[in-house]
Design a protein around this ligand. Sequence first.
Ligand code: TXA
Ligand code: MG
Length: 332
Amino acid sequence: MKPAALARIYRGTPRNLAALARRLRAGELVAVPTETVYGLAADAGNARACRAIFRAKGRPATDPLIVHIHSLAELGELAVPNAAARRLAAAFWPGPLTLVLPKRAAVPDVVTAGRRSVAIRMPQHPLLRQLLKLTGRPLAAPSANPFGYVSPTTAEHVRSGLGSKIGHILDGGPARVGLESTIVDLRDPEAPRLLRPGKITRRQVEQVLRSKLAGPARRSAEPGAGQVAPGQLARHYSPRTPVVLHRRLTAATVARGSRAEAWIFLRRPSRLRGANIFWLDAQGSLAGAARRLFSVLRRLDGAGFSQLHAELAPPGGLGEAINDRLKRAAAA
Ligand code: TXA
Ligand code: MG
């Protein structure tokens, strides 16, 4: 059998951007870079194109998509913003923050999985901003990975996961943030909830809102509660190799293991070296650790280790987002 054709990767030249914008307007799928992770984009107003996103990812139709916009005017066309949403948008957009708000009729049901709310974000990546402008339409885009696997932070990651399912990938380099956007539920502005921690921290959001964030509400904690945060299945972002978490890794912990096990430190350990010793950031910077977490998990997932041992970040700040993804990767 002939292998399926692999998606083409495009550099962000003016000519390529114009061609990809035409494809999006014609209802085709294009994988796009964002500052968080790569997304699989389609015209958010085209229900048929959005259904193709679910098929390509193998994503259940119950898991809604995030709509990406270029300008603030589009927010009011797709959703019903409140004062809290306007404050957060002014503080953090364009950037890695997604707002959940009551939706308007312009958003097809397939995008929101039938909900009356829609998730919206204005991304910061310059190539995606250009593409949004050229396309002239909001773009629905979940992360560009097969459902349940680790999110992609490079064009090559997208091709290795979805290359036989999609035709076009815009290369914007390695994602700067490396973790998916922070999601804040503002349907009730009096009771804002953090649905997913990210680069924009709980504290940063609370300072702008001048109120505490509740949540996230876990599906497991509220069986049948109607999926407040539908994508937040416990097992998500998961490599195939089992992941074991440690509050702190030391040479003594490593000495108790075998060479078939990999050890992922937050910062470069002093002295300890070996073919199974890894770290997320040489200095232990959390921004660096967030940026590299998914690519390290992917690389080690393909390296034949029996287990991946990972060290948790200190709690709070960006550590909340890093640990959230580590815990999902480790959930059996
Ligand atoms: O950084 C990001 O957010 C990336 C890039 C591509 O923008 N997107 C992303 O999408 O991570 P993903 O695969 O996580 O899917 C969107 C998630 C859903 O799984 C769900 O958790 C949440 O957004 N979501 C979307 N619409 C929602 C809604 N109406 N209510 C609650 N949560 C919603
Ligand atoms: Mg995802």
